[in-house]
Design a protein around this ligand. Structure first.
Ligand code: ADP
Length: 247
């Protein structure tokens, strides 16, 4: 649809800009970090400048994290798509994801049997899952439940004409649901905008969902978001099935 095309163009120009800026910025951060470390060698815990230098170091490291994320977003990372069973890819990530969301959140895994294969770079699935789970964790902000689900879904022309954003065909579903704070219309409308975030400075970059959008689009899939303020959210990622000789 119109909005999606505009979105894609905006992402491309943001990507080009971000890539150039992030690269130069990263070099400068290297200089700041290097000199801070040198200064820290001379200013041990007892030195009056020690705490200030530590703060500079912390902020510079955090900035380096952000630029790295920006570079990853801007760069069309070289990807090697291959035939995948999404259940295997998710299962390999579960332990990492449990660590990411912490012990207060129950992770429920609901794989659907006999998935169709998809053709993707598995690290892109990892990136999608990690970003969605961090968002779910932040939306829950305490004790809660996060569900990861897979499925097989087919949509025909008639269904798609009634459901904007849906594409006809056979898709493998990857869904992440949380019972967190949910989103109002305002947030839902800006969700995939690069740099849109409601998180505190230093906590969010607003690049997580923009990155996911880029990955899913690159793989000819689409995303559907359902959310109810105060109830929670569900992100459904649909990836086109591929057909193989062995059925
Ligand atoms: P970031 O996480 O850095 O803020 P994202 O692009 O991943 O960037 O998310 C953008 C915004 O969308 C978040 O700041 C938050 O307001 C909202 N959001 C994303 N996922 C969820 C979720 N599961 N529940 C509630 N709000 C969400």
């Amino acid at each position: 649809s119109e909005i999606r095309i505009q979105q894609a163009q905006k992402m491309e120009s943001v990507g080009r800009l971000a890539g150039g800026v992030a690269h130069d910025f990263n070099n400068m951060l290297g200089v700041i970090l290097g000199h801070t470390e040198l200064a820290l060698l001379q200013a041990d815990e007892h030195h009056e400048l020690h705490d200030d230098l530590k703060e500079i170091q912390k902020a510079a490291k955090r900035s380096a994290d952000i630029t790295r994320q920006l570079l990853a977003f801007a760069r069309k990372q070289t990807i090697s798509p291959r035939q995948l069973d999404l259940n295997d890819t998710v299962e390999r990530m579960l332990n990492m994801l449990r660590r990411l969301i912490g012990e207060d959140i129950d992770l429920v895994w609901q794989p659907s049997a006999h998935l169709w294969p998809v053709k993707m770079d598995p690290s892109q699935i990892d990136q999608i899952l990690a970003n969605l789970c961090v968002n779910a964790r932040d939306a829950i902000g305490g004790v809660g439940k996060l569900t990861i689900e897979t499925g097989k879904k087919s949509f025909d022309e008639e269904y798609c004409s009634k459901h904007p954003g849906f594409i006809p065909g056979d898709f493998v579903l990857l869904a992440v649901s949380d019972n967190g704070c949910g989103m109002d219309k305002e947030v839902l409308g800006n969700l995939f905008e690069p740099f849109f975030t409601t998180k505190d400075v230093g906590k969010g970059t607003g690049l997580g969902l923009a990155t996911i959008f880029g990955i899913v689009k690159q793989n000819n899939g689409f995303i559907n978001v359902y959310s109810e303020p105060g109830q929670g959210s569900t992100f459904r990622i649909y990836l086109p099935r591929i057909f193989t000789n062995d059925g």
